[in-house]
Design a protein around this ligand. Structure first.
Ligand code: NAD
Ligand code: LMR
Length: 348
């Protein structure tokens, strides 16, 4: 059934895309999404399929991966993709087999993991989800394209990415990243709201550190509508920073489920920026292997302000760090070092 589905979809979408876009199409790339039968998957996959992540000239072969028990639901998702007749989709691989799932994959959005429930912290998931990322790392190492770009979404995403990257032998470590773009987007909205401008007017802000309540939303260089912008420090410390740090928990409290559409959106934004670059004079936030910048221990998967050009990111150097921000950075560094120590056995 799976084989049939894949072949039928490949034929259908190859025809559709050629008819729609003529000669301007690039060769297809393979995009893997794990946890594809889950709630983030359901909001993410259709947008990737529509071309929103990689652009209107980039056909995709979707590799949708989930656990055996979720295969019936996943085939339902595959049928719905079929029913959208997306011009850019040239094939669907819906599978619980990671050898097949990661074969020749160019982009991987690793969502598959247990989400936290009310009252839990993301770090509480380390034990269960750590194992998943050890295994996935092995499959990616053995089967994926050597140019694969990976974003880890499943929590705790920084340390899951560390565990994953540890399994990789001959793909550059820089290709393994974790997602703090949701936090960046959340901060952007809060600041725009406070300043009475649109989110897209806010530039030069960043998230440092862990995707957890210790994350550091950094706004000392912020501009709004291309002018330096400041907000009062009391609002920053008492309202803004805690609200960005706790936004995930707030959503869980309201929805009784963790954020899904905004998380899927941010995962796409992460990859789009990685491929297309950052706007001139702006930066974004990506959790990447630390090179020691800002005193962060080498190798930790740490969110930094980055600029991106030609598919390569660079940490923005030399941002002034006030004693206030240094105190916050020390806390998030300590938390990530503690997480690394807690999974030491998975890093051997
Ligand atoms: P969900 O429970 O709806 O879906 C998770 C899916 O992953 C399920 O279908 C499950 O079967 C699958 N899965 C579990 N283990 C797997 C494995 N080894 N391989 C493939 N699939 C596997 O959860 P969700 O709401 O989609 O959230 C997924 C993850 O994303 C959670 O860890 C959540 O905490 C995290 N998340 C991260 C951010 C972020 O900003 N980094 C934001 C939101 C959610
Ligand atoms: C989020 O920030 O919304 C996600 O990491 C989900 C969570 O557990 O908070």
């Amino acid at each position: 059934m799976q084989k049939y589905l894949q072949k039928a979809l490949t034929n259908q979408f190859t025809r559709a895309s050629i008819a729609h876009f003529g000669q301007s199409l690039k060769p297809p790339v393979r995009v893997a999404i794990t946890g594809a039968a889950g709630q983030i998957g359901y909001s993410l996959i259709f947008r990737v399929a529509s071309g929103e992540m990689l652009g209107p000239n980039q056909p995709v072969i979707l590799h949708l991966i989930d656990l055996p028990f979720a295969m019936t639901a996943l085939n339902g998702v595959a049928m719905e993709i079929q029913d959208c007749a997306f011009p850019l989709v040239q094939g669907i691989v819906a599978t619980d087999n990671q050898t097949v799932g990661f074969k020749d994959v160019n982009y991987a959005l690793l969502v598959g993991a247990k989400p936290r429930g009310p009252g839990m912290e993301r770090g509480d998931l380390l034990k269960d989800n750590g194992k998943i990322f050890t295994e996935t790392g092995k499959y990616i190492n053995d089967h994926a394209s050597r140019d694969i770009k990976v974003v880890v979404v499943g929590n705790p995403c920084n340390t899951n990415c560390l565990i994953l990257a540890n399994q990789i032998k001959d793909i550059p470590k820089e290709n393994f990243t974790a997602m703090t773009r949701l936090d960046h987007n959340r901060a952007q909205y809060q600041l725009a709201d406070k300043l009475g401008v649109h989110s897209s007017d806010i530039r030069k802000i960043a998230i440092f550190g862990n995707h957890s309540p210790t994350m550091v939303p950094y706004i000392d260089q912020m501009t709004a509508k291309n002018h330096k912008a400041t907000v009062d420090q009391q609002w920053v410390t008492q309202t803004f920073i805690p609200s960005v740090q706790q936004r995930g928990a707030e959503i869980i409290k309201a929805r009784k489920l963790s954020s899904a559409a905004s998380a899927g959106n941010a995962a796409m934004n992460h990859i789009t920026t990685w491929v297309n670059g950052t706007a001139e004079g702006d930066y974004t936030s990506m959790a990447i292997p630390s090179d020691g910048s800002y005193g962060v221990p080498k190798g930790l998967i740490f969110s930094f302000p980055v600029t991106v050009k030609n598919g390569k990111y660079s940490i923005v150097q030399g941002l002034p760090i006030s004693p206030f921000y240094q105190g916050l950075l020390d806390k998030t560094i300590k938390e990530l070092v503690d997480e690394r120590n807690a999974v030491d056995h998975l890093l051997k």
